[in-house]
Design a protein around this ligand. Structure first.
Ligand code: FMN
Length: 386
């Protein structure tokens, strides 16, 4: 197992690291040969619901959280820790939006070893989502077809819950905010008001806000991926004078010139960074029945996301902090995004296909890759191959 090689880099606790690497390798094997085949016998929607429920039960036990952390999480502050936008990240690997829609799993995500997590997307009002099914698996493509339509309990319920819950230290929470998916928000004015009401409701409950302007499968489409309309939305966000850093979640299907037009708007506002990118809408060359609606996660997002990260970094440097998302299944995938310009990376589909130990595996191998290239800390690698 490649991750075992990292023990050579450890200045202390080499035996412990060897043991952790072996345990992660064993967990990956069990996930691949036992857990995944069992889960994949059931529809993805019900597996997702059961996984969230099970996670909520498991995370209640401090003992189980500690066990999970000892088994899977990997920590190396020297190489992986960094401060971004006034926040401390113990490692660059985060959960991307869409898995924990109601933000119920921060303690578990911290135990698994994520350096940050994105909850949501949440919306101002409760949203039931699109008619089921929301998800389809495409195992040969390492992808999911997603057509959830932003189901969530709504910002009032979720912020109340966040206020009442004890959040784990050391896990910055990004809250993804989208426009409520119904007819009432279909006009641009109503859509902007809906976003702003949600942000006001959220207050200081998030460490970072991610404005999801690029959810492809919702009522009224994606009006705010058009520069003039995005400008109006961001003017409204400016007026709120938020102290929380705001990122914009970008679409993956624009060519560079159109993408750049959005970035040119974004840099004129109080926006800290961009998350690149959302789901892949281009289904060309992918064998899916036309009756299955939705857009693609995982591997089909990888190339466009890498390309847009690289071009964004070349053009804007660190004026826009980049969270690189799309098709991360290994440390090499994460490292490529970092070298192209991402300061942080996020994933969803990778843990579904490869298991939760993947987070620790990526962090462990990242240290090896950074050291091989002569970098002392991840900050030195960001944009080194842009
Ligand atoms: C099951 C699922 C649900 C998702 N829901 C959301 C969402 O609510 N909001 C959002 O911004 N992105 C959502 N996404 C997109 C992901 O955040 C991410 O941008 C995309 O899947 C690419 O990353 P991945 O290849 O690691 O999955 C979802 C993705 C998946 C797989």
């Amino acid at each position: 197992m490649a991750t075992i090689g990292v023990i050579a880099l450890d200045r202390s606790g080499g035996e412990v690291q060897l043991m952790s690497s072996l345990i992660r390798a064993l967990s990956a094997g069990i996930y691949r040969h036992v857990a995944k085949p069992l889960m994949f016998r059931h529809p993805p929607d019900s597996v997702h619901t059961s996984t969230v429920k099970l996670g909520m039960i498991v995370q209640k036990s401090g003992l189980l959280r500690q066990l999970i952390k000892h088994l899977w999480a990997y920590r190396n502050d020297t190489y992986l820790a960094q401060d971004i936008a006034g926040l401390h990240f113990k490692n660059p690997v985060g959960l991307a939006a869409g898995f924990d829609k109601n933000i119920q799993l921060p303690p578990l995500m911290e135990a698994i070893g994520f350096g940050f997590m994105t909850g949501g997307s949440i919306t101002n009002r409760f949203c039931a989502g699109n008619p089921r099914p929301w998800f389809h698996r495409l195992p040969t493509e390492k992808s999911l077809v997603v057509n959830a339509g932003l189901p969530n309990d709504g910002s009032r319920t979720i912020t109340r819950r966040l206020a009442a819950s004890k959040r784990p230290a050391g896990l910055p929470l990004v809250v993804s905010v989208a426009r409520t998916n119904d007819a009432q928000t279909a006009s641009d004015e109503a859509g902007i008001k809906d976003y702003l009401d949600c942000l006001k409701q959220l207050g200081d409950k998030a460490e970072i806000i991610e404005l999801n302007i690029s959810c492809p499968n919702t009522f009224g489409g994606e009006p705010f991926t058009e520069p003039v309309k995005l400008n109006r939305l961001l003017k409204g966000v400016d007026r709120l004078k938020l102290t929380t850093p705001v990122f914009v979640k970008m679409p993956s299907n624009l060519d560079w010139l159109d993408f750049q037009k959005l970035l040119d708007v974004i840099v004129k506002h109080r926006i800290t960074g961009v998350t690149i990118s959302n789901l892949q809408k281009n289904r060309a060359g992918i064998d899916i029945s036309p009756t299955i609606q939705g857009n693609l996660s995982g591997k089909p997002v990888q190339r466009s996301s890498d390309r847009l990260i690289r071009q964004t970094y070349r053009q804007y440097g660190r004026r826009l902090i980049i969270i690189g998302v799309g098709g991360i299944f290994s440390a090499e995938d994460a490292y490529r995004k970092i070298k192209f310009g991402a300061s942080l990376v996020g994933l969803v589909t990778g843990i579904i296909y490869q298991g939760p130990q993947l987070v620790g595996e990526i962090n462990c191998k990242l240290v090896e890759l950074l050291a091989q290239d002569g970098f002392n800390n991840i900050q030195d690698a960001i944009g080194s191959e842009a």
